[in-house]
Design a protein around this ligand. Structure first.
Ligand SMILES: Nc1ncnc2c1ncn2[C@@H]1O[C@H](COP(=O)(O)OP(=O)(O)O)[C@@H](O)[C@H]1O
Ligand SMILES: [Mg+2]
Length: 322
C-alpha cells in the first residue's frame, strides 16, 4: 500500500482555555519505501501528527489518505481494522506489559487480532529473532535494557506486517550503544510497500531519513525588509499562540507583554519602552508566541519587526547579509 497524502490538515486543541493550533492547512506527501523524520521543538505537534496518521486522533479539518483509505472518515469496524492491520505504533515509553515475557507481549496483541495461538507464537519468535532478541524471548521487560525493550516494541508493532509504522521518539530514552540496533531495524523496515514515520529530535537519526519534515521552520536565516507597524492605544500586535517570525524594536510609545489566562483574565509580564526589543524567542526557536503584545493603553506605539538574522546584524552579532 501506502502512498500517504495529507491535504489541508488543521488540528485545534483547547488547552487550558487557549486555542492551540499545531497544524494549520498542513500538507505532506510520503511515498512507499520512505523513512520520514518529523523534526521540531517539543510541543510543535509531532505526537499529534503521528496520532492522526494512526487514527487515534481525528483532525479538525482536512484529509489524510493512506493508500486508498481516507483515514479521517474511518468509523466502527473499519477504524478498528485500520488500527490493527494498517498501522503499527511504537510509543516513546515502549508500553510493554511488565508481567508478560517478550514473546507474550507480541502474541497477546496478535491473539487479540484473532490470530491463532501457534501462528502468533511462531510469528513472535520470528520477529524477536529479526530484531536480535532470540536469546531474550522469555525475559520480562524488567530484565531487558531500554534498547531491548524498544526492539520488542518494534517487533510488536510489526506483528501483523502493517504497511505503515509510526514511531514516537523511539530513541529518546536510549544511549548510544542501544540506539545503534534500533536505528538499523528502523532503516530495514522502510522497504517497498511500507512507510515508516518517526517523530524525533534526535539528530543521530538524520542520516537514515529519505525525507526530513521540519514541523517548526526556523526563521533564523531569513532576511527581508523591516516591517514598521503603527499601533493605536491598546491595539494588539500579535497574540499568544500565534506563529512568529519577527523580533520587534519599539520606536515610540510602549508595548505591553501580556499573558492570557484560562479564566479570561490576564497578567502583564512586561512593559517594553522605546529603544528596547521583544518577541525574540518565537523566531529564534521556532516556537509560537508565549504571550500577547499590544500597545499600552496610554497611547499609540510604533514598532519595527526584523527577521532574526537582520536583528542580529543590527546589533552587530552577525555580518549583514547581501
Ligand atoms: N490532548 C491535548 N489537549 C490539548 N492540547 C494538546 C493535547 N495534545 C497536545 N496538545 C497541544 O498540541 C501541541 C502539540 O503537541 P504534541 O503533538 O504533543 O507536540 P510534540 O509531540 O511535538 O511535542 C502542543 O501545544 C500541546 O500542548
Ligand atoms: Mg511528542
Amino acid at each position: 500500500m501506502p502512498d500517504i497524502r495529507i491535504r489541508d490538515l488543521t488540528m485545534e486543541y483547547s488547552s487550558g482555555g487557549l486555542m492551540v493550533r499545531p497544524f494549520d492547512h498542513f500538507e505532506l506527501d510520503l511515498q512507499t519505501g520512505d523513512l520520514a523524520l518529523l523534526l521540531g521543538a517539543s510541543g510543535c505537534g509531532k505526537t499529534t501528527l503521528l496520532s492522526m496518521l494512526a487514527s487515534i486522533l481525528t483532525p479538525t479539518a482536512g484529509s489524510i489518505k493512506v493508500g486508498d483509505t481516507e483515514v479521517t472518515q474511518l468509523k466502527g469496524a473499519e477504524l478498528a481494522r485500520y488500527r490493527r492491520e494498517t498501522v503499527g505504533v511504537v510509543f516513546q515509553g515502549f508500553n510493554l506489559i511488565p508481567s508478560l515475557t517478550a514473546t507474550e507481549n507480541i502474541t497477546v496483541a496478535m491473539r487479540f487480532a484473532g490470530v491463532d495461538k501457534k501462528r502468533a507464537r511462531d510469528r513472535a519468535e520470528e520477529l524477536l529473532t529479526m530484531v536480535g532478541l532470540e536469546e531474550r524471548m522469555h525475559h520480562r521487560p524488567g530484565k531487558l535494557s531500554g534498547g531491548q525493550q524498544q526492539r520488542v516494541a518494534i517487533a510488536r508493532a510489526l506483528a501483523l506486517d502493517p504497511p505503515l509504522i509510526v514511531a514516537d521518539e523511539p530513541t529518546a530514552s536510549l544511549d548510544y550503544m542501544q540506539v545503534d540496533g534500533v536505528i538499523r531495524i528502523l532503516r530495514e523496515l522502510a522497504a517497498p510497500g511500507r512507510v515508516v514515520v518517526i517523530a524525533t529530535h534526535d539528530d543521530r537519526l538524520l542520516p537514515l531519513a529519505d525525507r526530513v519534515v521540519e514541523l517548526t521552520p526556523r526563521h533564523a536565516d531569513e532576511t527581508r525588509p523591516p516591517e514598521r507597524v503603527e499601533l493605536a492605544a491598546g491595539q494588539v500586535l500579535f497574540r499568544q499562540g500565534d506563529p512568529g517570525d519577527l523580533v520587534y524594536e519599539v520606536d515610540a510609545g510602549h508595548i505591553e507583554i501580556v499573558q492570557e489566562l484560562a479564566d479570561g483574565g490576564e497578567t502583564v509580564l512586561a512593559l517594553v519602552d522605546a529603544g528596547k526589543y521583544f518577541g525574540e524567542l518565537a523566531p529564534m526557536f521556532g516556537l509560537r508566541r508565549s504571550a500577547t503584545a499590544r500597545a499600552g493603553a496610554g497611547g499609540p506605539a510604533v514598532v519595527t519587526g526584523y527577521t532574526m538574522r537582520d536583528f542580529r546584524a543590527r546589533r552587530g552579532e552577525v555580518a549583514p547579509s547581501g
